[in-house]
Ligand binder design. Structure first.
Ligand code: SAM
Length: 229
């Protein structure tokens, strides 16, 4: 999400002339977006681009948890959504052990943070049942087989009346050129069109309610939120 700012800050720094000493040889093949793998940098840039108000809006309008709900947060990262979900029984999973370690530093008594990758054979059966399975900014990192497996595994652990909610960047015909350009810089290799996201969710869910937002971030950007049940 915040990847593009980092690209430009780092790029500018590499181009700035120094009068004090000759520039050291730098590896120009290093992708500055990889710096976002550092939990504190991820949180800093997520806060810069999105800010607490955007996360609060997602929580209030789309996640809609109630006290005591059981929540599975897939691709939880360093746990930035956890503070928005008070009084729930929370389990966060992520492929990154660095993000999970950072998240554990702030975990509450009833929280679990687990290193786990979504693969083409994902299962969450060992984690219990949930009222909400959320995947915030994850699906655009997953190929079609992994995404189908995510929806299947999520459906299998939903309590009666439970929902899956995903949020991702999306390509739509009416978005601005700058929004499209920024989205193309994302680390995720599988940013899709609205129809492509909906087709994947619809393989598992009869009901897929779609919202497209163009005003969630402080920069031109387009999000798709899918509520599935
Ligand atoms: C853009 S970050 C979103 C993090 C967090 N959900 C948030 O809202 O800030 C995407 C996250 O998905 C995780 N991720 C990417 N591929 C994954 C996979 N196959 N299985 C589990 N997590 C994955 C990354 O490690 C990263 O934490």
């Amino acid at each position: 999400m915040a990847d593009w700012i980092l690209v430009h800050l780092v790029a500018c720094d590499q181009l700035r002339p120094s009068s004090r000493k000759p520039r050291e040889v730098t590896n120009m093949n290093v992708d500055p977006r990889n710096l976002l793998a550092v939990p504190k940098l991820y949180q800093l840039f997520a806060n810069l681009v999105a800010g607490p108000a955007a996360r609060r809006r997602v929580a209030d309008e789309f996640l809609k948890v109630k006290p005591g709900d059981r929540v599975l947060d897939v691709g939880c990262g360093p746990g930035v959504m956890r503070p928005l979900l008070p009084d729930v029984i929370y389990c966060g999973v992520d492929v990154s052990s660095k993000y999970i370690s950072a998240a554990r530093a702030h975990q509450g008594d009833r929280d679990r943070f687990i290193v786990r990758a979504v693969t083409a054979q994902t299962s969450f059966d060992d984690l219990g049942k949930f009222d909400l399975v959320m995947a915030n900014a994850l699906v655009h990192h997953l190929d079609d087989a992994e995404t189908s497996s995510l929806f299947q595994a999520a459906k299998a652990v939903l309590n009666s009346g439970g929902r899956v909610v995903t949020l991702d960047n999306v390509f739509i015909p009416e978005q601005s050129t700058i929004a499209r350009w920024i989205i193309k810089l994302d680390r995720g290799k599988y940013v899709r069109t609205k129809a492509e996201y909906v087709a994947l969710a619809s393989q598992q869910f009869q009901n897929v309610h779609v919202t497209v937002l163009q005003d969630l971030l402080r920069i031109p950007y387009t999000h798709i939120i899918m509520e599935c049940w």
